[in-house]
Design a protein around this ligand. Structure first.
Ligand SMILES: Nc1ncnc2c1ncn2[C@@H]1O[C@H](COP(=O)(O)OP(=O)(O)OP(=O)(O)O)[C@@H](O)[C@H]1O
Ligand SMILES: [Mg+2]
Length: 163
């Protein structure tokens, strides 16, 4: 599984994973909205810390960017992975295209946000950490990002599931 390779690198999930969900996505126009729904469902039905609603918004936005990139640039079937423990959530989007994403650091002063090239800048700005690696089977790559869960005294407060 694509995200397990990333997890192995990062020792992210300690003990039993609080969240572990995996989905295959066909490269159709519905994939990004489907992915946003899967993120909401995976995060919303679990017991999660206070502040998780905002976190879910961010997760949906960033997953949407990576899935859209998969559709636009890789044009292959995609695999979405959602994993997490009590401190960190890990999201992976695997595709079957060998080309590396363009992760040029920084945003030029004259950057035109009306044009393309915003997606990875948004991921860099909002994720706690992000990266990519080639798949071990050689059949493409895995884009990933993490979000840190808020820690406070309400850390085990239940969050309402989406309707
Ligand atoms: N999954 C991918 N496979 C191959 N190349 C990718 C992938 N994701 C991103 N890239 C490359 O990295 C570049 C930067 O991606 P980014 O999401 O920032 O911009 P964009 O997709 O071109 O435009 P926008 O996201 O603003 O609509 C892309 O133009 C593309 O060349
Ligand atoms: Mg993009």
């Amino acid at each position: 599984m694509a995200c397990e390779a990333v997890l192995g690198d990062r020792s992210l999930v300690a003990g039993d994973a609080m969240i572990a969900a995996h989905f295959d996505l066909l490269p159709t126009a519905r994939a990004a909205s489907q992915a946003r729904g899967l993120v909401a469902e995976a995060l919303g039905r679990r017991t999660a810390p206070a502040g998780a609603a905002e976190l879910t918004d961010t997760a949906q936005l960033l997953v949407s960017e990576l899935v859209t990139n998969g559709l636009m640039h890789a044009r292959t079937e995609l695999h979405l992975g959602i994993s997490g423990d009590t401190q960190t959530l890990l999201f992976t989007v695997a595709d079957g295209h060998p080309d590396a994403p363009d992760l040029s650091p920084g945003v030029p002063a004259d950057f035109d946000y009306e044009e393309s090239g915003r997606g990875m800048a948004i991921v860099v700005a909002l994720a706690s950490d992000f990266g990519w690696r080639r798949r071990e089977d050689g059949a493409g790559k895995v884009m990933w990002f993490t979000l840190s869960l808020p820690t406070n005294e309400n850390a085990s407060a239940p969050v309402e599931s989406p309707a």
